[in-house]
Design a protein around this ligand. Structure first.
Ligand code: ADP
Ligand code: MG
Length: 490
């Protein structure tokens, strides 16, 4: 039997047959916290270079790291949000390497004993398939500083503001099978982190970035050798890098070569990847437990409390929207992608036709926001205003068509939709005498079409359109339809 169409479409057609990409990701998410992982320096973005640097971050001799409890809580919250095992005991290790943006000469990370173990994220694809992506682990580590190459004619400078900021490294199992799945996974992970409030997900600022491991294989065959593409900071780049890398590897194998395991860099300008270092040159980081830090032990009550305080997460919210508002999975998925959007929708839908509310939010509001490149927080139309527009449609005061005009007016000028409808005379005409007059005009001018409509009652639609037009869109279409049928006699 043939596989369903969507399963087939994941495969890549090479010169010698079908190939399947296998992808696993290592995602770095900056922890939302006011202070760094082991110092009290601020994490605020955009300060003057080296203005948020404590003696610990600058690795002055004798300085000792002190764990920031809030970062630990954030990691635990995230682990819970990823349906993952929380490890009551974890260990901080030193990952040793020399680089000028790393004054300590080592990064404090977690190696053998991470704070969070295995978990799972459900990713809903547009075709309705749910891809379950295993989480291997989540560990806490320090970020490094940043090079500034454009500040001085002959020297590169180092800004340590980011040095020591807490990162969560989230590692997936090699469960992704296409660029589309990888992109959808990262979008879902970002949504979960934003719901939890543990990472703002701002990829432009580098607060969420991913290393992507790609290999190719014959469908169902053993895994191939992987290459790792470093530091991708947009979902679009992730898709491009995977597609390019899969094709590159297929090309090598089909030409009779073998893929070498290596680390590669993505070039957004060219859309391709190039080698950075081979596995042979891979660093020996000489990990060992940091003697300045005790193993991290979590009180069971801490985990239980954090669990009890978790917000409703996207999967639960989506299931509730489908159940309570009778939405399609697709509509519910779109609405829960951002917590603010879901809240906006619920404020509009409460006590109203939820399907209509979803249509308005997804089609009109999102359509308009996307056009202007804004998020929901910048919407000039509030949930109360949109709700009022829906009420005006619901009680027959305005037609759906006029409602769109009212929406436009509220969008650009603000104001109470009810007052706008009153002041500008936008009320729907249901007055029978007024409608009959419009109908008489159209009927008198088009005797041939009347004959058509008598023969084929479907042709009545043309008359409805003419009368609506004559009324400036204000006639009640149902009333027009009823009156026309009576007048023409169908
Ligand atoms: P290492 O410790 O050498 O970095 P890991 O086993 O931790 O290797 O894997 C790192 C990442 O690579 C994980 O996200 C994992 O899912 C992914 N990965 C492992 N094997 C493959 C493979 N054959 N193809 C694609 N991705 C893979
Ligand atoms: Mg790794």
């Amino acid at each position: 039997m043939d596989a369903p169409a969507h399963k087939k479409s994941k495969l890549i057609k090479g010169a010698t047959g079908d190939w399947e990409a296998v992808i696993g990701m290592e995602v770095h998410a900056q922890v939302t916290a006011r202070a760094k992982l082991f110092s009290g320096a601020a994490t605020a973005f955009g300060g003057a270079p080296n203005s948020h640097v404590s003696l610990v971050d600058a690795a002055m001799p004798g300085m000792l790291p002190v764990i920031n409890e809030e970062c630990v809580r954030q990691a635990v919250r995230t682990g819970l949000g990823l349906n993952a095992r929380i490890n009551s005991k974890s260990v901080f290790d030193r990952k040793n390497y020399f680089y000028p943006d790393l004054p300590q000469g080592y990064q404090i990370s977690q190696y053998k004993s991470p704070i969070v173990g295995e978990g799972e994220v459900a990713v809903d694809m547009p075709d309705g398939e749910t891809v379950r992506v295993g989480i291997e682990r989540l560990h806490l580590e320090q970020d490094a500083g940043k090079f500034l190459h454009d500040q001085h004619a002959t020297m590169s400078l180092v800004d340590l503001n980011r040095a020591g900021v807490a990162l969560m490294e989230i590692v997936t199992k090699p469960d992704l099978r296409s660029a589309e799945e990888a992109k959808a996974f990262l979008a879902k992970l970002r949504t979960i982190l934003r719901y939890l409030g543990t990472c703002d997900g701002d990829m432009e600022k580098g607060h969420l970035r991913a290393d992507v491991n790609v290999s190719v294989r014959r469908p169902g065959g053993p895994f191939g050798t992987r290459c790792e593409i470093k530091n991708l900071n947009s979902i679009r780049f992730i898709g491009q890098a995977i597609e390019h890398e899969a094709w590159r590897q297929i090309g090598i194998i089909e030409d009779g070569g073998t893929v070498e395991q290596e680390t590669r860099l993505f070039d957004p300008e060219k859309g391709d990847t190039r080698s950075m270092r081979a596995k042979e040159e891979a660093h020996d980081y000489r990990y060992f437990p940091d003697p300045d830090l005790l193993p991290l032990e979590l009180a069971p009550s801490l985990v239980a409390d954090l669990k009890a305080q978790l917000p409703e997460l996207p999967d639960e919210k989506k299931a509730r929207f489908i159940r309570d508002y009778a939405l399609t999975g697709y509509d519910a998925g779109v609405l829960v992608a951002e917590r603010e959007t879901a809240d906006y929708f619920e404020a509009v839908a409460k006590g109203r036709d939820a399907k209509a509310a979803a249509n308005w939010v997804i089609n009109e509001l999102f359509g308009r926001l996307n056009k202007d490149g804004h998020g929901i927080e910048a919407s000039p139309v509030s949930a109360v205003q949109l709700g009022t527009i829906l009420d005006l449609i619901g009680d027959g005061t305005i037609s759906g068509k006029i409602a769109k005009d009212v929406f436009e007016i509220v969008w650009s000028e603000g104001g109470d939709p009810r007052a706008i409808v009153d002041e500008r005379g936008l009320k729907q005409v249901t007055d029978v005498a007024a409608l009959e007059k419009l109908i008489e005009d159209v009927v008198a001018k088009n005797p041939d079409k009347v004959a058509d409509a008598k023969a084929n009652p479907k042709a009545i639609g043309w008359f409805v359109g003419q009368v609506m037009k004559a009324s400036g869109g204000k006639a009640n279409p149902q009333a027009v339809n009823d009156l026309l049928k009576k007048r023409i006699g169908v």
